[in-house]
Design a protein around this ligand. Sequence first.
Ligand SMILES: O=C(O)CCC(=O)C(=O)O
Ligand SMILES: [Fe+2]
Length: 208
Amino acid sequence: MTPPTTDAARFTQIADALADPGWCLTPDFLSGPEVQSIRAAAASLEAQGAFAPAGVGRGRDLLVRAAVRSDRVCWLDPAARDGAIGAYLARLEDLRQALNRDLTLGLFSFEGHLASYPPGACYRRHVDQFRGVELRTLTAILYLNPDWQPADGGTLRLYTDPDRPDHYETIAPRGGTLVTFLSVRFEHEVMAATRERLSLTGWFKRRG
Ligand SMILES: O=C(O)CCC(=O)C(=O)O
Ligand SMILES: [Fe+2]
């Protein structure tokens, strides 16, 4: 199949895949230069000290547990529309509206962060929802790693088959690739990489 070249076509493809099987891989959602611009914005946020060790859970449950998750994150202002990150968030907003037209997910708001995994860092198998709170509906992960090679590791394991709990899809964190999946449905895991692994991960949420 030829990859779609317009956002309208990409969004239709994502909506179809989310309807069944519930997840979608979109290589080249961003071009190489777009990836580089977001990387530059991330480097400048890093230089300003805007990244902090990621927590697990929320509120009083929020723990920084390196054994579960050892990335560092920088939460983003979802309303930002300036610069390379703002341009990407604007596209995600278009995606949200397209999905709300095509599916009945009721996506209402967005929260997201840049995540930097140093070499050796991982994120153990988990589901993107906090216990008892089912607001996170759709996960959207954008990878920001140019020239990623298989030997670099750092794959995302997406456990796609409830009948085969150990079966997973292997997704390389190649620059420009977007992965979307229904947050409740799929357990997933980040494997350790041999080099820094940068991503912009976000969640579309239902109204609370
Ligand atoms: O970066 C990835 O591939 C997945 C990240 C993740 O699972 C998360 O932040 O919840
Ligand atoms: Fe996750």
